[in-house]
Design a protein around this ligand. Structure first.
Ligand SMILES: [Zn+2]
Length: 75
């Protein structure tokens, strides 16, 4: 039997992930509205079609994405 705390932690994590995904999708929809969808927020270059297929809500091209991830992991 999973303890109440553990279940609550798991639920909190799930809610957090869903909210984050929703924000990404919202931002993607906004970029579609403004005609900026498919362009990198970081450098303005077109995002690879393969990358958009893998993650339609992505807002960075591959090189900016790896830069952002590197910075995030260097905290
Ligand atoms: Zn970029």
């Amino acid at each position: 039997m999973i303890s109440g705390n553990l279940a609550r932690d798991a639920a909190d994590e799930l809610v957090y992930q869903i909210q984050r995904d929703l924000q990404r999708v919202d931002a993607a929809l906004e970029r579609i509205d403004t005609g900026l969808y498919g362009y990198c927020v970081g450098c303005g270059e077109e995002i690879e079609m393969n990358q958009l297929r893998a993650d339609p809500s992505t807002s960075f091209c591959l090189s900016c994405n790896s830069r952002v991830n590197r910075r995030a992991s260097c905290k």
